[in-house]
Design a protein around this ligand. Structure first.
Ligand code: NAP
Length: 284
């Protein structure tokens, strides 16, 4: 029988533990703080930021959301980041992507203090991850690793195929699986024989942004299928990159969309913010 990997349930469990930890930290005089910078009015970004705000409130961290106009200059945004880099009450800084076209995303991300870079996108954090000594890890792949751990998925020696090679999901996912001794194949839009390559995977991670792209014939019987995609169908319904109903007939384990990877991403953001505050507490 196929196991549905319930990201919502694991996220709730982890967030409840984090809430208790924050209560203890508050008693010791430290409140973990997260600053989220949202530029412009992109509806999807606004929803993501609202969800992060809600989780922060639930857990009890101090969260500041800066809603900035789309016309803000790169320099002004950079200055805002510097302000939070200096702020001792802030342990995590996140700039919601994408940014408006006139702003150089990489320059902005470089401006975040790597120690407060709870999204893990700063080149220092990327570098640390790729030399196998991670500090802050991109939250989506980090959350996926927690899900695999929760469901006791054996990774060592297994064939893992990742479809999608973005800096925020595919590449760090490959590295995390490699660090857990998987044999990793990365596929992308130029990959030839994608279906056959995917069908060899014991663990298949799909992060491409195309609704229901992965069908039954991409999946080996009993494989673990992780669907990162978040797409809207013609009726505006949220759907994954994987055709869930068809693929669950062959997969051994599968994440749904929604309630799969998404809630884990936010949880790892909270976890890394709190871990940073914990470090500050340990150093006082
Ligand atoms: P991205 O930066 O747009 O990258 C997409 C990747 O998919 C690229 O590497 C691209 O290949 C590859 N690709 C596109 N079409 C393909 C095809 N037909 N066959 C094979 N590969 C193909 O996307 P992303 O930021 O990684 O996000 C991917 C999806 O995950 C989106 O739906 C996004 O909304 C979702 N997401 C969800 C969460 C969450 O928390 N659940 C977090 C982040 C992202 P090339 O490199 O060759 O162009």
């Amino acid at each position: 029988m196929t196991v549905i990997m319930d990201g919502r349930a694991l996220a709730d469990k982890m967030q409840e533990n984090l809430r208790k930890e924050v209560l203890n930290m508050k008693a010791s005089g430290i409140v973990p703080g997260l600053a989220v910078l949202l530029v412009g009015e992109d509806p999807a970004s606004q929803t993501y930021v609202r969800n992060k705000e809600r989780s922060g409130e639930k857990i009890g961290i101090h969260s500041v959301v800066e809603r900035l106009p789309a016309a803000i200059s790169e320099e002004e945004l950079f200055q805002k980041i510097q302000q939070y880099n200096q702020d001792e009450k802030i342990h995590g800084i996140l700039v919601q992507l994408p940014l408006p076209k006139h702003i150089d995303e990489q320059r902005v991300l470089h401006g975040i203090d790597p120690k407060k870079d709870v999204d893990g996108f700063h080149p220092t954090n990327m570098g640390q991850l790729f030399i196998g000594d991670p500090w802050m890890v991109p939250c989506t792949p980090y959350g996926i690793m927690k899900l695999l751990e929760e469901y006791k998925i054996d990774i060592s020696g297994k064939n893992a195929v990742i479809i999608g090679r973005s800096n925020i999901v595919g590449k760090p996912m490959a590295q995390l699986l490699l660090m857990s001794n998987a044999t990793v194949t990365m596929a992308h839009s130029k990959t030839e024989n994608l279906t056959q390559i995917a069908a060899k995977a014991d663990i298949l991670v799909v992060a491409i942004g195309r609704g229901h792209f992965v069908t039954k014939n991409f999946v080996k019987k009993g494989a673990v299928v992780i669907d990162v995609g978040m797409n809207r169908d013609a009726d505006g319904k949220l759907i994954g990159d994987v055709d869930f109903d068809a693929v669950k007939e062959v997969a051994g384990y599968i994440t749904p969309v929604p309630k799969g990877v998404g809630p884990m991403t936010i949880t790892m953001l909270m976890e890394q913010t709190i871990a940073n505050a914990r470090k500050q507490l340990e150093n006082t």
